[in-house]
Design a protein around this ligand. Sequence first.
Ligand SMILES: [Zn+2]
Length: 381
Amino acid sequence: MKDTPHVCSRCIMDTTVPDIEFDENGKCTYCKLHDLLEEKFPGGEEREQRLKNMVEEIKSRGKGKKYDCVVGVSGGCDSTYLIYWAKKVGIRPLAVHLDNGWNSEIAEENMRKAVEKLAVDIKTVQVDLEEFNDLQLAFLKASVPDVEVPTDIGIYSTLFRVAKEENIPSILNGHSFRTEGSVPRGWTYMDGTYIESVYKKHGKKKRLEHFDNLKITNLISYVFIRRIKEYRPLEYIDYDKKEAGQLLEKEVGWKDYGGHHYESIYTRFVASYLLLEKFGIDKRKVTLSARIRSGKMTREEALKKIGEKPYPIEKVQADKDYILGRFGINEEEFDDIMSAPPRSFHVYHTSYSTIHRLRFFIKIACKMGLLPDIIYEKYAK
Ligand SMILES: [Zn+2]
């Protein structure tokens, strides 16, 4: 029997998070990070003014070009809201979708309706399915919790590449620390070198041929040479997911699918089963904690919610059958994956130490607004 985890006195992050620390009042590292970011993104008039400036900057950078910015879309609430917002303030977005083959039907429908209703062009980029499946399976075999990194890096990289190819100077990112919080490094770590190293060890071909990877050198080229800039407008908007969902239902016929990032079959299986059962990681703690800190939910409500199962067990089973079929593995092989001892990204080759060495430059780049602040707080500190 595992010990009962110690829980933060303000949010519901707890000692299932590696390296979490608590201050003398019992408040956790992530509450502290939230307060720090809250200071950087103050409320009221100042926030409104900064949002206005951001909109003007995006428009002026896009002058004379076909699009002002690239927006990644998934059919989820945040990204759909982002293109809705962009159109509303007069920004001309190109919606970009990375199709990794795991979209649920609702997600596809949501995307189709939104771009049609909002009259936004969309560019869909398909992954090489055979290689991508093998890369995802390699991460399962690697026994690390970072199994969604191929998708996350793939999306990030695709946005930059499309921006470069189409000569679009800006990217809008739908992340907000207020609604999403920040995922602990021990729960998700990502970088392009890590992907290569996991694939080399556990992939069929050892070397990725088609995957659009993003290594530090690529990022430096996109950000500092191409001057592609990322913006996170939701951090300046009093954005409430529930309200946004209702608005989108009314305006563009968007449909809720019942969970954060559940638009992807693989993601919902990973979040509601694999991470929980194998690693004891419940990522709902991150988003629920963010909602507590932003005053959208009480700590009691969140604790009650976390006590419930994230996804009905019969649906988990259906997703699992589908996933095993796609990866071409049987129940026994999957059981071996589930029972293998968990490992950390530290046992693989990554760019972690390089990023750490470059932390001074990263801090400056964040200060200059070339990189989002969270990059420094999460990776370099
Ligand atoms: Zn906390």
